[in-house]
Design a protein around this ligand. Sequence first.
Ligand SMILES: *[C@@H]1O[C@H](CO)[C@@H](O)[C@H](O)[C@H]1NC(C)=O
Ligand SMILES: *[C@@H]1O[C@H](CO)[C@@H](O)[C@H](O)[C@H]1NC(C)=O
Ligand SMILES: *[C@@H]1O[C@H](CO)[C@@H](O)[C@H](O)[C@H]1NC(C)=O
Ligand SMILES: *[C@@H]1O[C@H](CO)[C@@H](O)[C@H](O)[C@H]1NC(C)=O
Ligand SMILES: *[C@@H]1O[C@H](CO)[C@@H](O)[C@H](O)[C@H]1NC(C)=O
Length: 322
Amino acid sequence: MLQHVFLASLSFLLVCSYPYTMIVTYGKPSNYTGYNRVLNVLSWEKCVMHCYNLPFCLFAYSPSSTPLECYSFYAKHMLFEVEKTTSANNLLVAFKVVDDKGYCPVGDNAPTFGGAPNYGSVSLGKSNTSYVITPEPGPSWKIRYNATLACQYDWGMFTRPTTKWCIRVFGNAWSESYTQEAALAFCKTQNATLTGLDSIEERDFVAKVALIRITSYNRFAGFWVSGIRKPECYFDGWENIPYCTGANPQQFNHTDNYLTSYSGYTWDPSQPDRSGNCVQMWIRDPALNPDHDYPHGNSDDYDCSTLNRGFACGKLPELTFN
Ligand SMILES: *[C@@H]1O[C@H](CO)[C@@H](O)[C@H](O)[C@H]1NC(C)=O
Ligand SMILES: *[C@@H]1O[C@H](CO)[C@@H](O)[C@H](O)[C@H]1NC(C)=O
Ligand SMILES: *[C@@H]1O[C@H](CO)[C@@H](O)[C@H](O)[C@H]1NC(C)=O
Ligand SMILES: *[C@@H]1O[C@H](CO)[C@@H](O)[C@H](O)[C@H]1NC(C)=O
Ligand SMILES: *[C@@H]1O[C@H](CO)[C@@H](O)[C@H](O)[C@H]1NC(C)=O
């Protein structure tokens, strides 16, 4: 009951102003490609306002009011479905919509949304996407966009737990051209970074495409991926830091900020062996190296200044308009 009053006053005080309204109610995001955790937000009110004030944010969520957690869903995260709940579940949601009706639906199951579809528009860099939230009799609200997330031509798309992710492999058979730093710089020209290997699926994609890129080179080659050993893990005294030892994945920093798991990093036997501080993937044609013991696509820590034949970049997908 208290929650009800709180929501009503919140709506009245803060978010019922042109051009946007936040429709505040109870629910739970149930289909989305990603989200952002907003740290140090101490009240649900501030969480809602955080989203309200960001041109690219369309939805705020907290799984409870105490302790509060604040999650923002941005246009690039494509939220598709929000399950309806009641105050008993204490799951708070706020939808940003264009306020052309002059009222603020609020409270339990508020988004009957006045019985009509509500529209929103959020910015994504140079473009905007519009979306529509329709009042549905079912257990959830659906959000439809005039845009979809897509990877550019030649980039593979992968589903990570918190986002979609695009990966492209660069390199060639003819020359050893790239230090780890040069590979990273090249990825930046693609608005990307060296990709991490979040899953076996991502590892296998990089391994397969890299093999095609070096077809006429009949030996094995290294391709850079995300991973550089943390300074404290090679400075004196590293042996005393538990995460710096053995094959502990925490010994590496990643430029791939969307990496959620290290399960695509399958190390060669006895690796990482500290023979270098950067991570590469071994590309070994199983047909050309039938006697080679180690699998194609395994990881190894290698000298960062080694000139490798290639690397794999990763980045978020982009909105493309329908
Ligand atoms: C999530 O929503 C998208 C877009 O409507 C749909 O294509 C996809 O099948 C949905 N996924 C699940 C698990 O319901
Ligand atoms: C995107 O929407 C904002 C707010 O409605 C508007 O000011 C801006 O001009 C729009 N940008 C584009 C590219 O349509
Ligand atoms: C998508 O919607 C936005 C916002 O209404 C609009 O600016 C944009 O032109 C639309 N794009 C297409 C391709 O319809
Ligand atoms: C990188 O982003 C910039 C700015 O948005 C854009 O102009 C450029 O075309 C992008 N480059 C690639 C390779 O996508
Ligand atoms: C790597 O991680 C350490 C903390 O473990 C941090 O101090 C350092 O700045 C990071 N380096 C890079 C290049 O991100």
